[in-house]
Design a protein around this ligand. Structure first.
Ligand SMILES: [Mn+2]
Length: 419
């Protein structure tokens, strides 16, 4: 079949294609623009103009296509992707930003994930190491959702703990012997790459499933629900529960809400959508103490306030206004905090400087220099990936071997700031 014939069957006025591989580019054609025009723009849609009346009649065709040339073709409203990308995309049909329908494949993924959970008696939940509110929140949330809906199942949570989020209720991790994995389902949450998973035993499980909202780096599990349109993995899990009519107990709701708040920067980041609020509203139907969430997240000890002040005094600027803090190992020894508290915890001190669009927090540790990169508008993810890290378009991290490499990264960010 010719691709042109496939295009004629696109039923909705506009198409937004989200590929969770790398950041995507939005191409919005002019009214009457044809798909051929889009093809010439290099967005990987193949069609001849005279045959795409169905599209032309409609006022706009939006194509969000993978900028790494994923070679996307349209097949009767289905989007055909290279096999390795197949599990990692979501298609939404939208009119003026309103979602009309979702690609049925996504729904299938969600339903299949539920079937995987249903068919195992032992389930072990993993997430990334150095857990943040979203990793722990989704882990605790999913744990209690499974326990509430399938009381007979044995469910475990594994992984390291971070000082910052140790306050979260139910955050005690289990010690799971390797032989338990033989007949178990392992679920990996909020993690884009294998080396970031806390506890590599997940690979021993009989089946593996992943839920994630990071940009796609590699396939980790046999079944994957990866959707970058969610502000948090907690949002994805909340939606998973809602779509499947699963009971969400109070502690699950509180944990998922906590992760939604932290990963969306208190609903401020532009990953926040109407769906974010809809899911927050869904969770808030449970009577958890929201004030307790905020008190734990946003009140600091005097020592932390003083540490923040010290970090603020250490902010420096590159020629093109990239803000950075470089903390060597000795600087924070007297504060008795872990490197994560400095690295992830202090990057925000640079977020509201006028005229600064990119900022990075370097923290020396025994394992190398932790780099937390942030931006207001630039895609800093490409730089994080270049140095072996990953994350999101405007919030990414990497660990580099030494200060020299960290300064190379800073030079790259400085160059990026001119673009
Ligand atoms: Mn997350």
């Amino acid at each position: 079949m010719q691709p042109t014939q496939r295009l004629q069957r696109v039923r909705f006025p506009s198409v937004v294609l989200r590929v969770a591989n790398t950041w995507c580019v939005l191409a919005k054609t002019k009214p009457n623009a044809c798909a051929n025009h889009v093809q010439r723009q290099g967005f990987g849609l193949f069609a001849k103009s005279r045959k795409c009346k169905a599209v032309r009649r409609q006022n706009c065709l939006q194509i969000l296509a993978d900028c790494n040339n994923a070679k996307i073709t349209i097949d009767g409203g289905n989007f055909r992707l290279p096999v390795d990308l197949h599990h990692h995309f979501v298609v939404q049909y939208t009119v003026k930003g309103k979602i009309l329908a979702k690609h049925k494949k996504e729904k299938m993924h969600v339903q299949q994930a539920l079937r995987e959970i249903e068919s195992f008696d032992t389930i072990i939940i993993h997430r990334h190491s150095n857990p943040d509110g979203d990793a722990l929140g989704s882990q605790i949330g999913l744990y209690h959702i499974i326990k509430a809906n399938f009381p007979h199942k044995k469910v475990f949570m594994v992984g390291d703990m971070s000082q910052r989020y140790a306050f979260m209720e139910g955050a005690e991790m289990d010690d799971v012997p390797q032989e338990t994995y033989t007949d178990a389902l392992a679920i990996v949450l909020d993690t884009s790459a294998k080396h970031l998973i806390s506890n590599g035993n997940y690979a021993l499980a009989k089946r593996t499933v992943r839920f994630d909202h990071h940009m796609f780096v590699e396939q980790i599990c046999q079944h994957e629900v990866v959707d970058t349109t969610y502000e948090s993995c907690c949002g994805l899990i909340a939606d998973f529960a809602m779509q499947n009519n699963l009971e969400v107990p109070v502690l699950a709701a509180k944990s998922l809400y906590t992760g939604m708040v932290t990963d969306s920067g208190r609903f401020r980041f532009d990953s926040t959508t109407s769906r974010t609020f809809a899911l927050a509203s869904f969770l808030m139907k449970q009577p958890f103490d929201m004030t307790d969430v905020y008190i734990n997240l946003y009140s600091d000890s005097l020592q932390m306030m003083q540490l923040r002040a010290k970090c603020t005094l250490n902010i420096q600027l590159t020629p093109n206004n990239v803000a950075y803090i470089y903390t060597d190992k000795n600087t924070f020894l007297s504060y008795e905090v872990d490197s994560f508290t400095i690295s992830r915890g202090m990057v925000g001190t640079m977020s509201e400087i006028k005229g600064v669009g990119i900022w990075v927090n370097f923290t020396e540790t025994d394992q190398g220099v932790l780099c937390e990169l942030r931006s207001k508008r630039h895609n800093i993810n490409q730089i994080a990936v270049k140095y072996g890290g990953g994350g999101h378009l405007k919030a990414s991290g990497a660990t580099v071997p030494n200060k020299q490499v960290a300064m190379q990264m800073l030079a790259d960010l400085d160059l990026l700031a001119t673009q």
